[in-house]
Design a protein around this ligand. Structure first.
Ligand code: TYD
Ligand code: MG
Length: 453
């Protein structure tokens, strides 16, 4: 029997420790360290020889890369996030809060994929009867759905090896356990071991595997970062609480762009694609209101219109509040400092709240300029001009810096009926889209003069 070595692993952060401790030295969580047995690595000599025969090395020019045919999931929004469909033999991790719609989405995708490929849907959470009820509610062709209710990864792999599916869904990775380990299902070692076995299977059998992962309340994938390194793509399912819209976002993708967004709406009959997401992130207000502005951001390869709202109010606290929802908090603090230094507007006695409408989280730096305009508009109690859109990064010396994808942003803005846009000089197009008046600005002072005077 192969020798084993004992290590200790934290259930919360996945770090490996040399000895047991009540508190994890890395993430400071209590009672999360558990014993973990791994096969001992073979003894190596000083030169690193293990006594094994050397493997052959191949020049890349001798490898036919070719174009791999991707498998369409029947949902364009999901295909876009995956990078134009599912790649055979790839492993995708789909994370999200419980109840957000992961099982619904994948059952719909499997039913569509089943038209061209044999698919296996493995559920460790629901019985076959529950899955059948869901399929019926979603109006899916049950004939195409092959399901297995199982939690032992060795049994899953044995079944998959005989069924030979082209696509396999594991719902969820946290319910699987391996007979080789004695720790409980859902623990880091079980999740890691089961995922590793599934990754090996995917590569050997050229079967695309989609793993569902539940997210802990801290927002990390339970059984955590270890999985993100092992898989080819990591997608997250997000939603604003109470909203029926769901966003699938790619965080890592070996076969496509990251930060790509797919937008869905949850209906009584499952998830429906939203083909014009720009419309849903606007609040639909017809009268322009103080503190509100529309901007166009780039998420992945697609421009998207979003509405920003700011509220500036006199503070009753010694330290005025700065609250940023949907954008980075530190960035707001920085923008307010720039506004003070280069715009001559001091908000030291004001609370400032900024919100991206629709529950979207935006990392695009093109948000800088519209945030400043919204803040100033609320502070002065003056609505911004109607049909105005703005985007641009603001530097620490008050200069307006270019953002990428300028022309596509303009086309999206024009397509949604906007008439006037304020943008960085370097993003000025040779020929603006029809019906859109473009106004380039080099500095913050220039923009403020133009809009507020
Ligand atoms: P589910 O896919 O089970 O979530 P997850 O697998 O991520 O835990 O989705 C469950 C939620 O979706 C549940 O609250 C009910 C809702 N839902 C609908 O609104 N319409 C539907 O057609 C379905 C199947 C679910
Ligand atoms: Mg589920």
């Amino acid at each position: 029997m192969a020798k084993t070595r004992t290590t200790y692993q934290c259930n919360a952060c996945g770090s490996t420790q040399p000895k047991w401790a009540g508190q994890c030295p890395d993430c400071r969580a209590w009672n999360t360290i558990e014993e973990f047995r791994v096969p001992a690595s073979p003894a190596t000599s000083r030169l690193g020889h293990t006594g094994q025969a050397p493997a052959a090395v191949t020049r890349l020019s001798a490898v036919a890369a070719g174009d791999v045919a991707r498998l369409p999931t029947g949902l364009d929004e999901l295909d876009r996030v995956l990078g134009d469909g599912l790649v055979p033999g790839s492993v995708v991790l789909l994370g999200g809060d419980p109840g957000i719609g992961k099982s619904t989405l994948l059952l719909q995708a499997v039913a569509a994929l089943g038209a061209t490929n044999r698919c296996l849907y493995v559920s460790g959470e629901e019985s076959l009867q529950q899955i059948a009820m869901r399929a019926e509610r979603l109006g899916l062709d049950a004939e195409r759905l092959e399901c297995l209710s199982e939690t032992c990864v060795e049994h899953v792999l044995a079944t998959a090896a005989s069924v030979r599916p082209g696509v396999m869904v594991i719902d969820s990775i946290q319910t699987l356990y391996s007979e080789q380990l004695d720790s409980a299902p859902g623990s880091v070692s079980q999740v890691r071991e089961s995922a590793a076995a599934l990754v090996r299977f995917a590569k050997q059998q050229d079967c695309a595997v989609i793993l569902v992962g539940h997210v802990t309340k801290e927002g990390a994938l339970a059984g955590p970062r270890v999985l993100e390194h092992m898989v080819d793509a990591v997608l997250y399912f997000e939603s604003d609480s109470g909203s029926r819209y769901r966003i699938v976002r790619s965080f890592k993708n070996r076969f496509g762009a990251v930060n790509e967004l797919g937008v869905f709406a949850m209906t009584g009959k499952g998830l429906r694609q939203v083909r014009n997401p720009s419309a849903i992130f606007l609040s639909g207000q017809s009268e322009p209101a103080a503190g509100s502005i529309v901007t166009v951001i780039r998420e992945g390869s697609r421009p998207l219109l979003v509405e920003l709202q700011a509220l500036v109010d006199e503070t009753h606290l010694a330290n005025p509040r700065r609250v940023a929802l949907g954008m980075e908090h530190n960035r707001l603090a920085m923008l307010l400092a720039v506004l003070h230094r280069h715009g001559g507007v001091s908000l030291g006695q004001q609370d400032v709240f900024v919100n991206v409408v629709g529950g979207l989280r935006v990392a695009d730096t093109g948000l800088d300029l519209p945030v400043m305009l919204a803040v100033l508009s609320s502070y002065r109690g003056r609505a911004l001009p109607e049909k105005l859109i703005a985007f641009g990064e603001v530097g620490l010396s008050g200069e307006i810096r270019p953002v990428f994808g300028g022309e596509e942003r303009l086309r999206e803005a024009a397509g949604q009926g906007f008439q006037r846009v304020v943008l960085p000089h370097a993003n000025l197009p040779k020929k603006p889209p029809k019906g859109l008046r473009v106004e380039a600005a080099a500095t913050l002072a220039e923009v403020l003069n133009r809009i507020f005077d």
